[in-house]
Design a protein around this ligand. Sequence first.
Ligand code: GCU
Length: 355
Amino acid sequence: MKKRILAFLMVGILGVGLTACGSGSGDVSDSSNAGGATFDANKRIVRISHAQSETHPEHLGLLAFEEYVEEKLGDKYDVQIFPNEILGSAQKAIELTQTGAIDFVVAGTANLETFADVYEIFSMPYLFNSVDAYKATMEDTDYMDKVYASTGKAGFQVLTWYNAGTRNFYATKPINTPDDLKGLKIRVQQSPASVNMVKAFGAAASPMSFGEVYTAIQQGVINGAENNELALTNNKHGEVAKYFSYNMHQMIPDMLVGNLKFINGLSDEERQVFEEAAAISTQVELEEWDKQVEEAKKIAQDDMGVEFIDVDVEAFRQKVLPLQQEMLEENPNIQDLYDHIQEINEQYSSEGGEE
Ligand code: GCU
């Protein structure tokens, strides 16, 4: 099913490319404009790929993005959202965004690390002291805009961020202490820092794309994974992993990434609309996130039989804290953002922010 939709899209894109090449008339001045030809010759189709289901906060945020762009520029743009990794895993969809085959993708920063190593910082275990400090960092747009521009050379840039919660271990066996991780095989995102973190806990790290995790747990290829609560419900991992431990090792944001040529090709007014749409999508996503996490916990516990385990977070933190210094030594490009985050961490702990 997935393959058929992808094949359909690729044929469409290829067909458009061929028409554009074959015309030789100069009428088809920009193959990107030809994207809408199949449906409405006057509209440019804007394709957005993401990895989540249609009820996920990110999808709802993107619907608000679509609505806003079409309300303001609907005579020119037709925004289409492709959920559930229909167009491929985050990494594949980033490649499609790089080449301009699609225009936007939502991807976790772990997937951006190979394009701009400043993004490695978000994979650093226990980087943020609290959810408040995490949100304040991400909402500091003056600072983050510099970070967002860092993938320019790769042909894309970040427009906004989405909350993807706090990451925790979950497995087919209970994890109560760091020692319980010893000998387990745990899926991580394709990020060296996350691989190192899991190894430092004494487990074996198995990097794979998000869409493969359910089957890998089900078939016993891995013993568990690490993610937020929505992975249990929205992605159904709670059907196959019944123990979720609140050790809170990372807060890794998702990013709305756009093809740079497309963004730079917009007029000033259009660009403003897309930027406003991005900001609105984040607002919607954040509100939905808080609501859905609460619901997800209930559903996972009551309907799926998942046990939520409160652990001694400090014991987990101590185990992997040396990785922070190692990462800073290995990658000087994260130092500035690290220092900036430490200031925000302090600000929130001195304000009595708990968590
Ligand atoms: C979360 C996050 C995704 C990420 C996934 C993963 O669901 O929102 O962007 O890809 O975790 O662990 O791969």
